[in-house]
Design a protein around this ligand. Structure first.
Ligand code: SF4
Ligand code: SF4
Length: 472
């Protein structure tokens, strides 16, 4: 890297000028093989992202993150607060997966999968190209006076952006409060749900601000994942990279001259056309090496390939490659670091699958009432318990009742022997257990209580029954 002519990029970021002001980027419209692939990936991901809250599995929303009610659905599995450990493990698996992926493939996630990039580059930016034209026209438009053309173009663009931001805010809300609730609120009218309308307006405002103004600053300044690149990437990570060995050669990069035999001059293959810089949505020069701002969007690969083709040089001057591959021509190797992360990932996924299988659809907890010991009821001893039944299914339970197992006694539920627990609901209350004193062999007897819905046993709960010590 010693051949790099200007090291000033190390002290600045591409979107801030010398005076510390925001430098608005007008990237050239990308075109090429990778851009076409990314378009198809983005169509698929956009459909998935928008459809997710409206898909149901066994009546459960496919993806839901209801933070207020602490209810989460992931791939149609409902997670209650009691299942939170599984949810946390799920998140940890996700993080380890992303780390492993980054160690091997760099920021491929940012360029191809991240919703921020997908919406900005594949939705908002494409509308912008459609209305305002390519880079040159956009720069001209931004510099020109506020005449009729500018008002019309900017007005149309900002209106469409606002409508899309409103749409995204609705989808976002469907993830948060559930699509059924959202549709119900829409049908009942915004006047009946003012707080939700305010939340919706705030979300719309945030998305509008991000996609109209803040843009690539999310990736450069705000995104924690972006900040982690420095510790995750090494010389073996595959990234969008400039082949500086080929690009600079002995004599460095130089403008293209049709008349000269480039290979004889020692000049590198980079013809210094700066098209890779013009197309970059984060405003950087990939020829300066891997940088924090690079979201691996591949636009510079496509652009450089087009240039190489037009001047008759081999493609791939910018390509997916590791630093070692470029510098030492070393083939990709599965390093001990990658093996370590893979082992951790496999273990975590195994534990997660195990927990998912062990997880029950119904949870019944029966606990002795705190502070209460026992009572004498004639020849019987009585203990008071609290019960809590959580129905995680989408079926109403109408005939919930309890059975005392392994010992003769009576069990009375306060409020009636048969209980109802609605789907995705919870019921709690009090129950008394009375056992003849002569059957109790110690002051603490293990008690098994089965919970039934009609004839179907749904859970067995164990607790302790207290009685006086004087049995001997
Ligand atoms: S597009 Fe390719 S040839 Fe042109 S400046 Fe960038 S790296 Fe060099
Ligand atoms: S350097 Fe290339 S891959 Fe990185 S953000 Fe810019 S255009 Fe995209």
């Amino acid at each position: 890297m010693s051949k790099l002519p200007d090291q000033a990029f190390r002290d600045t970021i591409g979107t801030i000028d010398g005076e510390g002001k925001r430098k608005f980027i007008f990237p050239k419209k990308p075109s090429g093989k990778f851009y076409e692939y990314r378009k198809w990936v983005s169509y698929f991901l956009l459909i998935v992202l928008i459809a997710n809250p409206f898909i149901k599995i066994d009546g459960n929303q496919f993806m839901m993150f209801n933070i207020l009610e602490r209810r989460f659905n992931i791939f149609g599995f409902p997670f209650w607060p009691q299942d939170f450990y599984i949810f946390v493990l799920f998140m940890i698996v996700g993080v380890v997966f992303v780390i492993l992926f980054t160690v091997i493939f760099g920021r491929i996630f940012c360029g191809w999968i991240c919703p921020q990039t997908i919406f900005l580059e594949m939705v908002f930016r494409r509308i912008e190209y459609w209305i305002e034209g390519d880079r040159g026209s956009q720069i001209r438009l931004s510099k020109q006076e506020w005449n009729a053309e500018k008002i019309r173009k900017k007005g149309i663009k900002w209106t469409i952006f606002l409508l899309i931001s409103f749409g995204i805010a609705n989808v976002f809300l469907a993830y948060l409060i559930g699509s059924d609730t959202l549709i119900e609120m829409i049908e009942e009218g915004p006047a009946n749900h003012m707080s939700t309308l305010i939340a919706l307006s705030i979300f719309t405002g945030i998305f509008y601000f991000i996609f109209v103004w803040f843009r690539e600053q999310v990736c450069i300044i705000a995104c924690p994942y972006g900040r982690l690149q420095g510790v995750l990437l090494d010389n073996k990570s595959i990234n969008v990279a400039y082949d500086f060995v080929r690009g600079e050669k002995e004599a460095g990069r130089a403008k293209f001259n049709k008349q000269e035999d480039r290979s004889a001059t020692g000049k590198g293959d980079c013809i210094d056309c700066k098209q890779c810089v013009n197309v970059c949505p984060t405003g950087i020069d990939i020829r300066n090496g891997t940088q924090l701002e690079c979201v691996n969007c591949t636009a510079c690969i496509d652009e450089c390939d087009l240039i190489m083709e037009s001047v008759g040089l081999p493609k791939g001057l910018i390509r997916y490659a590791s630093e070692d591959e470029i510098e030492k021509k070393a083939a990709f190797k599965f390093t001990p670091r990658m093996k370590g992360y893979t082992a951790i990932l496999v273990i975590l996924v195994g534990v997660l699958i195990g927990l998912l299988f062990l997880r029950t659809d119904v949870e019944a907890t029966i606990l002795r009432l705190p502070g209460q010991l026992f009572q004498h009821k004639g020849d019987n001893i009585s203990n008071v318990f609290t019960y809590k039944i959580i129905n995680k299914t989408n079926n109403d339970f109408k005939e919930i009742h309890f059975k005392l197992i392994g010992i003769k006694g009576t069990l009375k539920v306060v409020g009636g022997q048969m209980l109802e627990v609605p789907k995705q609901g919870m019921k709690s209350g009090t129950l008394f257990v009375e056992i003849p004193q002569y059957l109790l062999e110690s002051d603490k007897t293990k008690l098994r209580i089965e919970v039934y819905n009609g004839d179907e046993k749904i859970e067995t709960s164990t607790t302790t029954f207290l009685s006086p010590r004087s049995f001997d």
